[in-house]
Structures are given as C-alpha cells and as structure tokens.
Design a protein around this ligand. Structure first.
Ligand code: SF4
Length: 313
C-alpha cells in the first residue's frame, strides 16, 4: 500500500502492481489533535502514519508544485524508517520533465509491471459521468464529491472504486443556486450536505474535479495530462481554467475554501480579484483549521451568503 499526500498519478502506482492510499481521506473524520502543526491536513496524516494508525508500506510526498507543507512532514516519516519518495510537479508545465518525474516514481515503486492505464482511464471516465449527473441535479453534491475526491487513490482498489461508482443512483436534487467550491477540499465532512440544506448545490469541486480529469493510456499521455494539473504551475493557467469551468457549469456563486497555514491562502486575493471583481461572481471565503462538523460561525456566514444570493439572482 502506497501512501500519497496529494495528487500523485494513480495510473503509475497501479501499473507498478501497487495500490494507492490518499492519507488526506483519513483527516476530516479524525479526532487526533497534533501537537506540532502548521496545516492540520499534513500534521494529522503525519501522526496517523507515525503512530501506526494508518498502515502503509511506502510514502510518496508531493514536495513541490501543489502542497509545500508536506515536505518536512514527509522527511519526519522517512527518518522514522518509512521508504519515502518526493514527487514534484514542474512549475512550467513541461511534459518532458513530468515524464521524468513519472519514471522516477515508477522506479521507486519497483517499475511498471502490469499496465493499469486503460482500466484507470475507464474508471475516471465513469467518474466524469457521475460528475455530469451531479451538474444536472441528478446526484447530490455529497455523493458526487465522494466519487470525485476518491479519484486520487481510487479507494485503494480499482474494484472497490468501480463498485462505489456503480452504486450511485439517479435522484432528484432540490436546490436554488449552483455553487463552485474552489481551493482545497473542505476539512468539514458535512460541508456539502450543509450547503445543500441552505439551497446551494455544489456543482463543481475544483480540486476533486482535477483528480478525475487527468489520465492517459500510457506514461507519455499521463505526463501530458498531469503537466496541466491546475494547482501546480503558474496561477494564470488556473484562473483561465476556472473561468471556462464556471461558465460550463453555469455557476451562480463561488466559495473559496482555505486552510489555516496553507500557502494557497495567499491566492485568495488573486481569485477574488479575477472571479468577483472582473467576472462578477458572488464570492465568499471560508477558512478552516482542525477537522470538525461545520462550525456555527461558518454556518451563519453561509446562510447569510445564500440570503444575499436571493437578492442578487
Ligand atoms: S491545505 Fe495546503 S498546506 Fe495543507 S495539505 Fe493542503 S495544500 Fe498542503
């Protein structure tokens, strides 16, 4: 089992005969309070691994281009004896450099054994179909989010992920506004359900959508696709991508979810300037620290935001 700390191409991990486990998926429901922390996500997965609460054989840390806080936590896990590899996204989106990163990753995992590229690509295509149903109001944001956010590790098993997709049933979702949730996924496990309660249907989860959007039928295609991962590289590409996706998803409003001590917080001003000031989308920022149900103060602010939308639309 290969622990991953952010988006690492699962296509390569499964093709090396290994299974991926996204350590972040244990965080929102964790009760652990780490003593030494900046970002709660990295501090909690570090403790879960060091205390043996989550069992992994090797660790792949995304050390650049996406999350920068994970680097030192990865070093701590490595110094405690866990074989660890540091994976970096090229800032200039060079697919040749990306391919070298994929080759180094494959080498760390013992080399490509049985190619799983086609099967992973097919599963991601099915996940994109669930995403379309969610956009059409045929699947709740909560259920759609679970499928999309699990696109990072495919639930640790391709069969398990396939079953989870097949179990999603069409339903009728009642909502007033179509919302895009930008930034890192919420650390509050009930966040999507709460938004639904106040009439806001999340039709676009920025980062989880990236998890299912990137794929490829071989290493070269995977490198080309992941080189365009929008959280890595210059933010100008991400802003352009967001503009097109907000239009495509017919979004009424934007919520930027940010995390205490995360460098992505610094992007809030750029996102606000572009999406609110330039494009005119109603915009609000929520900041979280430790995992918990959505706190009362955030609920009140979100309810007030929904009220404001009733005045705007
Ligand atoms: S919230 Fe930011 S610092 Fe924390 S794990 Fe995510 S990207 Fe890294």
């Amino acid at each position: 089992m290969i622990g991953i700390t952010a988006l690492v191409p699962a296509e390569v991990i499964y093709s090396c005969g290994e299974a991926a486990l996204d350590l972040n998926n244990f965080v929102p429901n964790s009760k652990l309070e780490p003593e030494e922390k900046l970002c709660a996500w990295t501090a909690i997965w570090r403790e879960l691994v060091l205390r043996g609460k989550v069992k992994i054989d090797k660790l792949v840390v995304v050390a650049g281009g996406d999350c920068y806080n994970a680097l030192v936590e990865g070093e701590k896990v490595e110094l405690a004896g866990k074989p660890t590899h540091y994976f970096t996204y090229p800032f200039d989106r060079d697919s040749k450099v990306m391919q070298e990163e994929l080759n180094a990753l494959a080498e760390f995992l013992g080399g490509i054994k049985e190619e799983a590229f086609d099967e992973v690509a097919e599963l991601k295509k099915l996940a994109l179909e669930i995403h379309e149903m969610r956009c059409n109001g045929e699947v709740s944001a909560e259920k759609g989010f679970l499928i999309e956010v699990s696109g990072s590790d495919l639930m640790g098993s391709l069969e398990k992920y396939r079953s989870a997709i097949e179990e999603v049933r069409e339903e009728e979702v009642d909502y007033e506004y179509r919302v895009a949730l930008l930034g890192i996924p919420p650390i509050y496990p009930d966040f999507h359900a709460f938004l639904q309660e106040v009439g806001m249907h999340v039709v676009f989860d920025e980062m989880p959508f990236e998890f299912i959007r990137h794929s490829g039928k071989n290493l070269k295609e995977v490198a080309r696709s992941y080189a365009n991962y929008t959280f890595a590289g210059h933010i100008k590409h991400r802003l352009r991508f967001l503009e097109s996706q907000l239009r495509r998803h017919r979004v009424d409003a934007v919520i930027h979810f940010q995390q205490f001590a995360c460098h992505h917080k610094l992007e809030d001003r750029l996102l606000r300037d572009y999406l609110y000031e330039k494009l005119g989308y109603p915009y609000m920022t929520i900041e979280a620290d430790l995992p918990s149900p959505t706190p009362q103060q955030a609920r009140l602010r979100l309810e007030a935001f929904a009220e404001r939308l009733r005045e705007v639309w």
